[in-house]
Ligand binder design. Structure first.
Ligand SMILES: Cc1cc2nc3c(=O)[nH]c(=O)nc-3n(C[C@H](O)[C@H](O)[C@H](O)COP(=O)(O)O)c2cc1C
Length: 202
């Protein structure tokens, strides 16, 4: 298996989503021995904020791209190539202000491309990211999988929608949650890792 790992927390190794992502990755490598893992750190990447020039570059046929437009489409081309080559994508997702980090949103803006990762066909919209599995490692200060804050979660809900739109049919979400709540935070990581191990035991 070719695995693409997206790191998105600015907290590096201390990051909870990174630690949970690592647990997922370890289990994937055990399940599929010989897998190749390619890591992309979206915090260190200088992802261009999606702008008119990028949109124009997407809509321009390759042979008509100016030097400026070629430069503008480069990040998208590289990101899509990495994605297309992968069978499995592991995404670390720290929750910031109820949603995903803006770097991850910027990455999504560059990989969501009509005619490349989705198309408008006779039967409506067709996602072109076929036969891929996505694993989400979501970390949050509060609890969103149940209870009063459930409707405030725009991490899993959003990622399932946009990746589903792009054709990904298998999306698995794991959460380390309540990391800011005394009495819950102490057990949050062991509980999350246990959930990963249970899921891979079958
Ligand atoms: C800028 C910022 C915004 C945050 N917003 C939320 C939030 O809306 N809800 C929440 O439950 N936790 C929030 N948190 C807490 C983080 O989700 C939590 O610390 C999590 O562990 C971050 O992921 P990481 O450890 O992988 O960096 C926020 C943290 C930061 C730094």
């Amino acid at each position: 298996m070719k695995i693409l790992r997206l790191e998105t927390s600015f907290q590096g190794k201390a990051s909870k989503s990174f630690q949970l992502g690592n647990a997922i990755l370890e289990n994937l490598v055990k399940k599929y021995p010989g897998s190749q893992v390619h890591t992309r750190n979206l915090v260190h990447d200088e992802i261009p904020h999606f702008n008119e020039i990028h949109f124009t570059s997407f809509a321009t046929p390759v042979q008509d791209l100016s030097t400026e437009l070629k430069r503008a489409v480069q990040y998208s081309n590289n990101a899509i190539e990495e994605l297309m080559e992968s069978d499995i994508i592991v995404i670390d997702v720290p929750m910031y202000n109820f949603t995903i980090p803006s770097s991850l949103k910027a990455w999504i803006d560059h990989i969501t491309r009509a005619g490349v990762t989705f198309r408008y066909g006779e039967n409506g919209i067709e996602g072109l990211l076929k036969n891929k599995k996505v694993y989400l490692a979501i970390a949050s200060g509060g609890i969103y999988s149940e209870g009063v804050m459930k409707d405030f979660d725009f991490t899993e809900k959003y990622l399932r929608s946009v990746l589903g739109f792009l054709g990904v049919q298998e999306i698995f979400a794991f959460r380390v949650e309540g990391v800011a709540i005394p009495g819950i935070k102490e057990e949050a990581m062991p509980k999350a890792i246990h959930a990963v191990e249970e899921a891979f035991a079958f």
